[in-house]
Write a protein that binds this ligand. Structure first.
Ligand SMILES: [Zn+2]
Length: 221
């Protein structure tokens, strides 16, 4: 994104935290077109919390935060390094989650605050933030929903892989048990195949085959 229209607020671990003028427009719209600077500031803080939710997870995955931008569509936490599809999706949820954590403040605490400026600020953590959050979860690039919902498919794949692993483990265990049973039969000649604790249907097949070997042949008609 070009540098035009951005203003660097601070630097966080070397990464510039920049704000774009379009955030002011969104704040006014989300604030219901009222003259409400405290509410606008509240919206800026919501977006900031959201982006830091991404940034914290980016660092957790040992990737590098390049830039944090706050703008009219919410913002962007740009990072460097290779993130797996799972990590990208989790990073997307980090912003959503950070923002969601502020919802109880906006809906529960804010209405009870007596001091009007603080109340207006905290009210932005409620309804306006919820609208931003829902918009942001639309599955369209560059919104977080574009990446965030991938967790469902990735999680399903992960579970399938786990199921396959556990089935393979069960099969290995059955074969081990079978091998132990066969080793046992070699050391004991008094053992009938039906005594073996072999998994069906293999045990039944062996038992049937042995039974057939001792059965008198059918007399010719
Ligand atoms: Zn985000």
């Amino acid at each position: 994104m070009s540098d035009r229209g951005f203003w660097t607020l601070i630097r966080w671990r070397g990464a510039p935290v920049r704000v774009h003028w379009s955030l002011a427009v969104s704040a006014v719209v989300l604030g219901g077109f009222r003259l409400n600077p405290a509410g606008w500031l509240g919206i800026v803080l919501v977006v900031l919390a959201h982006e830091f939710g991404h940034a914290v997870l980016v660092r957790r995955y040992r990737l590098t935060v390049e830039r944090i931008d706050l703008h009219g569509l919410g913002g962007e936490c740009a990072y460097r390094g290779y993130a797996t599809p799972w990590q990208s999706a989790v990073i997307a949820w980090g912003g959503v989650l950070a923002q969601a954590l502020l919802l109880p403040v906006g809906f529960g605490l804010a209405p009870r605050v007596d001091e009007s400026i603080l109340r207006e600020l905290l009210l932005s953590f409620g309804t306006p933030s919820l609208w931003m959050l829902l918009f942001n979860l639309l599955p369209v690039a560059p919104l977080d929903g574009h990446q965030a919902w991938n967790v469902l498919g990735l999680w399903r794949n992960r579970r399938r892989a786990e199921q396959r692993q556990s089935q393979a483990r069960q099969r290995r265990e059955e074969f081990d048990r079978m091998a132990r049973g066969l080793a046992d039969i070699e050391s004991r000649d008094d053992l009938a195949p039906s005594d073996l604790e072999l998994p069906n249907p293999l045990a039944e097949q062996i038992a049937r085959a042995v039974r057939r070997a001792y059965e008198p042949e059918e007399p010719p008609q």
